[in-house]
Design a protein around this ligand. Structure first.
Ligand SMILES: [Zn+2]
Length: 120
């Protein structure tokens, strides 16, 4: 793979990691402090719990993404970045530009998603 391309992907991933880390920190703080004020009736509580779950759901998605970004950075270091971890073929640069942390080629991703094995 082109070194320049690899380097620019690395920069994108590092930036992504920083942003995700920051976002997660804020969201966790928000979700945890949410609905802990005093003087609410049970309807408020149910509503707050509902919102809290949505928020935590979003936190989970970001945490998953952060994990994928970290894995991608590791693969850059190991020299296996851009190789589909399922079938071993090269992932198209176009796809890597769209999804810098892509682990699978389009074919494998489609197949795995169909089977419900992956979400991202
Ligand atoms: Zn593949």
């Amino acid at each position: 793979m082109d070194q320049n391309f690899l380097e620019s992907q690395k920069q994108v991933l590092l930036k992504m990691r920083e942003e995700l880390r920051q976002k997660l920190k804020e969201k966790y703080a928000e979700a945890i402090s949410f609905g802990t004020e005093d003087g609410q009736d049970s309807a408020d509580e149910a509503y707050n719990l509902y919102n809290k779950n949505i928020m935590l759901g979003r936190v989970e998605t970001d945490a998953l993404k952060l994990n994928l970004v970290e894995q991608a950075l590791k693969r850059i270091e190991e020299g296996t970045y851009g190789i589909c971890i399922e079938c071993g073929c090269d992932i198209e640069e176009k796809r890597l530009k769209q999804v810098p942390f892509a682990r699978y080629c389009v074919d494998c991703k489609t197949e795995l998603e169909k089977k419900g094995l992956i979400k991202m």
